[in-house]
Design a protein around this ligand. Structure first.
Ligand code: G3H
Ligand code: ZN
Length: 281
């Protein structure tokens, strides 16, 4: 089916499930993920982040996703992840992206509002929804590192003000998750999440999905999380699959690729199950 806009988060928010947002770094990853989510009848956001963009993959991946979406039965969204520059948003819209995250969370509040609102005005002119971020999510994501002690939880009253002043369609919240694999089991601030949902009323986004236990993922969805980002776990599983494949089939790229794909699809299967997004289409 044709590409879908990121407004599908509204359905998830109303329906009590989350749309999985999988970071993609190659066309082969796109193919493996789409095959799995199509089989599971799950909507999906394929997100292109700063690492893939630095690798020159913005156009390549956007075009490949748009072509591939024609061959599946599920809603597919192309999402720009952790964008910090207005110009990059313009480039993504020209490349056919259907959702955008403007991450100005490292700026002072008023600068974050101004930068995010400008992106909202631009994207809404072409019916593309925008995700904003308030608070500081810990860990290392592509080009942004936030030390644990610098991670700042999202305050519910500030979140309400931010959503109202920017017009964002969804909000990435800092409630104890962090980018990358965890050194110790995370403990999401579900109490805070409940207050943020009550204060904002918009679909909420959980970053740093890799390594969060199933029960915390499921509990967060019941409290307003409608999109969950996964990157590190996918990459680690895929690369482990590639190593195993190359060992088993040292001179057979196709068979080695199949091993890598299956390792990736297993992680996708689990996350779709935890998001409750299977059979939603
Ligand atoms: O924006 C991308 C995600 O927040 C990735 O987080 O690598 O911890 O899964 P993760
Ligand atoms: Zn993130």
């Amino acid at each position: 089916m044709p590409l879908t806009s990121g407004y599908i988060l509204r359905d998830a928010f109303a329906g009590g499930y989350a749309v999985p947002a999988f970071s993609v770094h190659s066309e082969a990853m796109v193919d493996a993920i789409l095959a799995e989510v199509d089989a599971l009848r799950s909507p999906v956001l394929l997100q292109i982040g700063q690492r893939a963009i630095r690798n020159g993959q913005m156009q390549v991946l956007a075009q490949h996703i748009a072509r591939s979406a024609q061959n599946v039965r599920i809603p597919v969204v192309i999402h720009l992840d952790h964008c910090h520059q207005f110009d990059q948003v313009v480039q993504s819209l020209r490349a056919g992206f259907t959702s955008c995250m403007m991450d100005a969370s490292s700026l002072p509040y008023s600068d974050n509002v101004q930068a995010t609102a400008a992106v909202v005005n631009l994207c809404h002119a072409v019916d593309v929804p925008v995700e904003g971020e308030l608070g500081a999510i810990g860990g290392v994501e592509d080009d942004v590192a936030v030390a644990d002690e610098d991670a700042v939880f999202t305050a519910p009253d500030a979140a309400e003000k931010f959503v109202s002043e920017t017009g964002v369609d969804s909000l990435a919240v800092a409630i104890g998750s962090a980018h990358g694999m965890y050194r110790r089991e995370p403990k999401l601030r579900l109490d805070l999440l409940r207050e943020i949902r009550a204060a904002t009323g918009v679909p909420l986004v959980l970053h740093g999905g890799s390594g969060i236990p199933r029960e915390q993922i499921e509990a967060s969805i019941q409290l307003g999380i409608a999109k969950i980002n996964f990157d590190t776990e996918l990459r680690l599983a895929y690369m482990a699959g590639w190593r195993a494949g190359a060992t088993s089939y040292p001179d057979d790229p196709f068979s080695a690729q199949c091993v890598a794909n299956e390792a990736l699809r297993q992680v996708v299967r689990d996350k779709v199950d935890w998001c409750g997004s299977a059979q939603r289409v």
